[in-house]
Design a protein around this ligand. Structure first.
Ligand code: DX5
Length: 223
């Protein structure tokens, strides 16, 4: 069995006050957050446009782990930009990659950690053969593209299947749940087996984001 790791709360910068992104990162850092997520959207793979490599470069100034979730077509073309920008983890969608194994190896060879993301309708089986090649499997618990959507409870069996596969194969791989994570849904994701939980609205959409982050951490501290 892989060593049980502490469940991580990962604020999604998509939901932060973009005019004060640096302050917002400092705020969650003050709450003990060590990992933030930058959602990259190209307006084709998902119907939204968001961040680029310069946002990663800026976020890295605050000393946190920065993961980039590439919701883009042809991720091969822009992965080098995010390697250069200093991303710590680069996650691409299996639905978008021409050759997921080769791209995962390219990212790892660059010294970065690599994740593969699955849209809700993509079965976990698609990523099982690649667990030895990746450091993180991202299960989207909303249709990708926007913050503030509702957690899809029907994703729990998919998270649990990955948890069983990772534990039985002793793979060193995070299971990240992303979308609609809030005080009412967080235990559904954690108890299904996710150990990295991305939350945007439930943190930055709150009156006191630092306290909201602390509350989410408290909810999963013994999971
Ligand atoms: C959606 C993004 C999520 C989103 C999470 O495409 O990948 O990270 O920002 O936002 P909330 O937590 O508000 O659902």
């Amino acid at each position: 069995m892989t060593k049980k790791r502490a469940v991580q709360i990962v604020p999604s910068l998509l939901a932060c006050d973009l005019a004060r992104m640096g302050e917002e990162i400092e705020t969650v850092k003050s709450a003990g957050i060590s990992w933030v997520s930058v959602d990259v959207m190209d307006g084709h793979f998902v119907p939204n446009l968001s961040f680029g490599p310069d946002h990663v470069r800026m976020a890295k100034k605050y000393g946190l782990t920065v993961d980039c979730h590439l919701m883009v077509h042809e991720p091969e073309t822009i992965v080098p930009w995010f390697i250069k920008a200093g991303a710590d983890i680069i996650t691409f969608h299996i639905e978008a990659a021409k050759d997921a194994k080769s791209l995962a190896r390219q990212i790892r060879e660059s010294g970065k950690k690599v994740g593969i993301a699955l849209k809700p309708q993509t079965p976990a089986e698609k990523v099982l053969p690649l667990l030895s090649e990746i450091d993180l499997a991202l299960v989207m618990t909303v249709d990708p593209g926007f913050g503030g959507a509702h957690f899809m409870k029907e994703m729990r069996p998919k998270i649990s299947m990955l948890r069983r596969a990772i534990d039985s194969g002793n793979f060193d791989c995070w299971i990240q749940a992303d979308g609609g994570i809030n005080p009412q849904t967080i235990l559904l994701a954690a108890e299904a087996g996710a150990d990295s939980l991305v939350a945007g609205t439930a943190i930055f959409g709150q009156e006191n984001p630092a306290q909201a982050a602390r509350n989410l951490k408290e909810q999963v501290k013994d999971k």
